[in-house]
Design a protein around this ligand. Sequence first.
Ligand code: DGT
Ligand code: CA
Ligand code: CA
Ligand code: ZN
Length: 571
Amino acid sequence: MENAQVADIFDEIADLIELQGGNAFRIRSYRNAARTVRDLSQRLEDLAAAGANFADLANVGKSTAGKIQEILDTGTCERLKELRAELPDGLPELMQVPQIGPRKAMQLYEELGVSSLEELKAAAEGGNIRDLDGMGEKTEENILRGLAMLASSEGRFLYHAAADHVAALGRFLDGVNGVTRWEVAGSFRRRKETVGDLDVLIHAGDRDAAREAILAYDRIDRVASRGREKSTVYLSGGLQVDFRFFEPAAFGAALMYFTGSKDHNIALRRRAQSHDWKLNEYGLFSGDKRLAGKDERSVYSRLNLPWIAPELREARGEIDAADGGELPALIEASDVRGDLQCHTTASDGTASIAEMAAAARERGYQFLAITDHSQRVTVANGLDAGRMRKHADAIREVDADLDGFWLLAGVEVDILKDGSLDLPEDLLAELDWVVASIHYDRAMSEAKMTERLLAAVRSGVVHTLGHPLGRIIGRREPLAFDADKVFAACAGCGVRVEINAQADRLDLPDTYVRRAKDAGVGFTFGTDAHKTGGLALMPLAVNVARRGWLTKADVLNTRTAKQLKKDLKRS
Ligand code: DGT
Ligand code: CA
Ligand code: CA
Ligand code: ZN
């Protein structure tokens, strides 16, 4: 049981109580508990093992603490089952649609009899929803768009959530007797932003014994099939895992095959065929003779190619690049020397300036940009000009006491509807670091949205565009704008684009990163941390960068503090 799963259960309980028009205080307390659990830096299971008392956690009372223990023990919670049983079937399904909360779901059910996604789609397409109180044609459009997004993300897991499962599974597999090697292949190894299922390759001397031991893993919810070559299970939380067994002589070929992508495999197989060879998950063969298969490198090498990093294996030109000796030297997590977006208690963060700085130093960083929100973001207590000036002074005061470390006095300033910035430009020009982002007024024609972004890029005071697409994976669509025009302007003005490391943002996404790089744009990484632990998300930005073919030189965060100071000097 991962923390996120416990949090999901609390959120669902809150949703269900809200649906029934239940007590607002109880709804809020479940939601707060969910947030605490989700944000916790330690695993609940580890805390339980160490004998911690959950009631000591913020927002967790005695009864909630009991429920956490119940969920860890049983994988679910009686209260949730009761609430679900009281509900008309189908309502929780409706609430999966991004724009539909408990109230709308209830309204759709009571007034239109809608209780499934299919009925919802029919109602929206038939124009029946626009007549309901507080809804309109826009609502119908949004619902249809939400349904389409749901269908495309259906059953997929965020990379970060899958990584939690892999970490736990890995700890388990390391302890299984007889398992001599295991690797996770598939989209997970390619570090895709979402993962459909996990493809785990295993070598064990005694396969049958190892399989039985593996299928006894306590986080398995259901074993769907068990066989000598392959077993398929579902973990609690719903993630599918395929376990496949291979012998050492084939392991590298299997790893290649199941890492994919399918299109990369097809291109490699074609290359093998041009030598009259055959490439499959057991090896590279000439007739019956295995030419290679033990490790990936030997297979690539036999095909006259250098080893290709999994992140590049998407049939986006990597084989030609490898052939021509032009593979990029991909950026590594260890190249990152600092973080260029985070929040403090001045806006919606939970840690002070000094706490964030200390956490960054602990990570071995040389710099950190403090970038709280500007005034437009009222829900996050955004800063007006007066508060921003004082805040910048406070940041520089903390910085003055930090030897060999640069705390940048920065801001995440809103790009307003008309393209102007949410703080005076002379104030922004005095700051060390300006991230400009869009949070409001997202509905706009593509032409207008492009102009809005271009105005920010051309302002002369912006260093980077924060989470440029404004998308949330599986929940919120990207802003509509002409990316090529914006990237060209960025390149011309020396404005960089951010790769935001929030697990459900990963924005810019990999394909856009590649396009921006080709347009000559530079990049910045920001974890957008709202607490000290949030700085740990940095590897997620590195994953995206690698999938976008970036090298160390492409990313500003790889500079030393000294170089950075020089690079950012305002003329
Ligand atoms: P996912 O799970 O949807 O996030 O994406 P993948 O890439 O992990 O895809 P998956 O799990 O269906 O299969 C794992 C890998 O196995 C895939 O990346 C390439 C390989 N593979 C699967 N089916 C085929 C196929 O029909 N032909 C070839 N050449 N390779 C395949
Ligand atoms: Ca997969
Ligand atoms: Ca699979
Ligand atoms: Zn933001």
